[in-house]
Design a protein around this ligand. Structure first.
Ligand SMILES: [Zn+2]
Length: 627
């Protein structure tokens, strides 16, 4: 049978009920939501429902399947009206047949609550005064009163005084004045038991968070006394089965910009977070809460006591443990929907490309330049957006690098950034500062993933939290930006690299053989752009001039691992006066081998056939040294 469907016609509950008949079932419970004549004090004349059907049906079927599995019921189904409805008409029907009534009640309630939360159905109310308005999820806007922790226990939802789009009219209040105002239970279950249906729904409510039935409900009213110990035990068993509540995104799905379609986008997204510290903690928490499909968490550090004032996702007892693992564990606790993966490593030129390529979006939550620039370079190359943030004492900045926007190197071609981005341990920081910037990063990430308006692009946002002033600095895509030179790589260049690799992989002589072919063969298709050496001294001995084209600050951080080199930053190499004119075979070196490849390509185009790029750059050499 169809478990979830929409209909434009009147719902025939008797026909539907027949489909749930089962000789093994001793209980049947149903819910009917009726169109009532008022809402929020306004008299309602009639209303309309609209649904985003493909997604809605999928989600509805999922909910019914969850209910069947979770409560162990025999059959369940839900039908929702769409189109124009008059007062008193049935807007939604849920039916459940089960061996025992308790499961039937619980499954029935679960289905209607989840349908109202998760299924993209919009309601338009037409008021007597002639006005009308779309209402997505009133419940989300309604103040919660008591029992707030129930937000994550989908089978209860007692605090929500209003049922959003399928107003039930029956049983408006009870002894507590807050529960079950709309649950309409069929008499079938009562034949099975003398207790009024309410009693069980109440119990389900209270026991939901206390599987041990000792915890006394606040007020049971008369029906409470009718509860026998054995009935309580059977409910306890039922509740034990419901142990795991499911994630609930209703509060964000209620936004019309999000809805079910947006939630589906978030669920389909893969986000890589580099750094699980002060910036990473809010980023990870919010993205996990939002239901991002996959979160990759990269960090090689262990938690220190001094981290905790700003990294509040962790506990003092966690000190000494790896943050990536701790953060992943927290994500699993917060939202088991998220496929979280911990990478206990420091991002470097060798592991970055694969990690980045496996995700849709990267968030930089590090406090060091070299990682930021490494991320910048690879993300530009791999055309992945990356959300950067940096904090320094009481201020910070936010920049998003997208494939067609300015990158970090466009903005900072020379600067060392020292003093702009400080290290928390040296400069000091108050906990909320990275918290705020991490929050901004999470929000910008969601704007990107949901394609919301107002994305930060080609601008650097600087926020001073002491004065609460913001400034936005235009960032321009720089023509001479080395990383953008790399990303402009033509198809021909890519093909040349591919040929090089194929040639190298073809024979054991590899790149060294190619290196020894000399300038005369430079224009043949198999002449490589890139060469591999184990050390630069090896290249020197093979007769190559070695030119390190990195910026001076990069050399200060990581000197060229050879004495036989000279430094000529890329811009000078390509556009300096006088321009670089290699007379011997030359190998160009940069941090990762990408800038040197771009420069090699440009020099080849200018007729210098005996220029080569060192594959993997300095990082590749150092990695080989230590392995
Ligand atoms: Zn750039």
């Amino acid at each position: 049978m169809t478990t979830f469907s929409f209909t434009r016609d009147r719902i025939d509950e008797n026909e539907l009920r027949k489909q749930l008949l089962d000789p093994t079932a001793g209980g049947y419970s149903s819910f009917e939501g009726w169109v009532r004549n008022h809402n929020e004090g306004l008299p309602v004349r009639h209303l309309e429902y609209e649904a985003f059907e493909p997604l809605a049906i999928k989600e509805g079927e999922r909910i019914v399947a969850e209910a069947i599995k979770r409560f162990g019921v025999e059959h369940a189904a839900c039908v929702h009206r769409i189109g124009d409805l008059a007062i008193g008409e049935m807007a939604v029907w849920v039916g459940v047949s089960a061996r025992h009534r308790a499961e039937a009640f619980l499954a029935c309630r679960y289905i209607i609550d989840e349908v109202k939360h998760r299924v993209p159905i919009w309601k338009k109310e037409h008021y007597v005064n002639g006005d009308s308005g779309w209402v997505n999820c009133e419940r989300c806007a309604a103040p919660t009163t008591t029992d707030v922790p129930h937000a994550h226990a989908p089978h209860i939802h007692a605090p929500h005084a209003h049922v959003p789009h399928a107003p039930g009219t029956a049983h408006t209040t009870n002894a507590h004045g807050s529960l079950n105002h709309d649950t309409h239970t069929s008499g079938a279950a009562q034949t099975h038991d003398t207790h009024a249906p309410h009693a069980h729904n109440h119990d389900s409510h209270h026991h939901a968070h206390a599987p041990d039935t000792h915890r006394a409900p606040i007020d049971r009213g008369a029906t409470r006394q009718a509860q026998t110990p054995s009935a309580a035990a059977s409910l306890a068993t039922t509740h034990a089965r419901l142990a795991a509540p499911v994630s609930d995104y209703s509060r964000q799905m209620a936004l019309k910009e999000v809805g079910a379609a947006g939630q589906a986008k978030l669920r389909a997204s893969r986000v890589l977070v580099i750094g699980c510290g002060g910036l990473g903690v809010p980023v990870i928490s919010y993205l996990a809460g939002a239901g991002i499909g996959r979160l990759g968490l990269v960090d090689s550090d262990h938690l220190e006591p001094s981290n905790l004032h700003r990294q509040t996702m962790y506990a003092l007892a966690d000190v000494g443990k790896l943050k990536a693992e701790l953060a992943a564990e927290r994500v699993r606790e917060l939202n088991p929907d998220v496929d979280v993966r911990a990478y206990k490593l420091r991002l470097d030129a060798l592991n970055a490309p694969d990690l980045i390529a496996q995700h849709d979006l990267v968030i930089d939550c590090t406090d060091n330049f070299s990682t930021k620039f490494l991320l910048n370079d690879y993300c530009v190359q791999l055309r992945k957006p990356v959300v950067f943030a940096s904090v320094y004492q009481y201020e910070g900045q936010l920049q998003i690098v997208q494939p067609d926007s300015a990158c970090l190197r466009c903005v900072w071609p020379e600067a060392t950034r020292d003093g702009i981005v400080g290290n928390c341990s040296e400069a000091g920081v108050l906990g909320p500062v990275p918290g705020i910037f991490g929050g901004l990063q999470a929000f910008e990430a969601m704007k990107l993933l949901l394609n919301l308006p107002g994305q930060l692009k080609d601008e650097l946002l600087v926020l001073d939290l002491l004065t609460l002033t913001t400034s936005r600095v235009r960032t321009k895509r720089a023509h001479a930006c080395p990383e953008h030179a790399t990303s402009r790589a033509t198809a021909a260049q890519a093909a040349a690299v591919a040929r090089t690799n194929a040639a190298r992989d073809a024979g054991p002589e590899g790149a060294n053989a190619a290196a020894n072919t000399g300038p005369q063969s430079a224009n043949t298709p198999t002449n490589p752009l890139e060469l591999s050496f184990d050390t630069l001294d090896q290249a020197h001995e093979a007769g190559f001039d070695i030119v390190d084209i990195r910026e001076p600050y990069e050399l200060r951080e990581t000197p060229t691992p050879s004495a036989h080199t000279r430094n000529l930053p890329m811009a000078e190499l390509l556009h300096g006066q006088p321009s670089f004119k290699p007379t011997r075979k030359t190998v160009l070196v940069c941090a990762t081998g990408r800038r040197s490849l771009a420069a090699t390509q440009e020099l080849r185009e200018n007729g210098f056939a005996d220029v080569f790029s060192l594959r993997g750059g300095v990082r590749g050499l150092l990695a080989r040294q230590f392995t």
